[in-house]
Design a protein. Sequence first.
Length: 302
Amino acid sequence: MLPDSAAISIRGLTKRYGRLIAVDRLDLEVARGEIFGFLGLNGAGKTTTIRILLDLLRPTSGNAAIFGHDCQADSLKARSSVGYLPGEMGIYSDLTGHELLRFLERIGGCGISKENRKQLTERFELGDRDLSRKLREYSTGMKRKLGLIQAFQADPPLLILDEPTEGLDPVMQEAFYELLADVRKRGRTVFMSSHVLPEVERVCDRIAVLRKGQVVLLSTVEDARKLASRRVRIEFDRDVPVPASLPPDYQLIDAKPRAWILSVTGQLGSLPAFLATLPVADLAVEEARLEDVLVKYYRDAA
């Protein structure tokens, strides 16, 4: 790794297939030690970008680097820093779980702590009996757990994860989130694609939303959440007429004689003054959700 270089640096990255532009002049930088969510609908260009980072595809123009090493000109050094979980694992069905992990260790060219591998198999509840079975006998969830183990087993400085919790039950999803917290403490970087928006909101520091191969939103999770409106439910102890006007950024969603539901974008500082003369009995504010912001971007893309 080159000192002071970003974990991932992408400049002007473009990938064309004839008239189809899969990635369009993409610029993106992922800092060391952050958990970064790479989001978008199917076909937005996420997997193409990931494959270019791993030198499984060559870009039409532009470049990408991992810890300062060009992903095409210096691909072996770039990939040596990466633990990768593909969206769909192309596995050798005649191998056992043990054999696959050892095979991937050998071709990875770096030593793996047996203790680290043991902790991972225990965390994801793949015992020796499971790992001794042929992969053709694995369920979807077992394959996903094995994929996570192989991605994390070398304790790489960068993890590129494509839909990491796909097929996992809720208990194993929690195990994955705990693992992310552990690697974050050790300064590892995680670049993950996910369609599970509550998951992204829970674990990511920053996000990029890709649409038609371009970044249309780049933000911290907290700042992105502020773009969403919040719902405010107000109950009154007697009938109240519908207001003739509302403060800026307020929208009346529903109005009954003794209950209103408002949608409020931005700060709620003007709400107390707005309600000061009204017989308010109760008030509840729903926290803004990242999902409410991202669905708008997704809907525009669709």
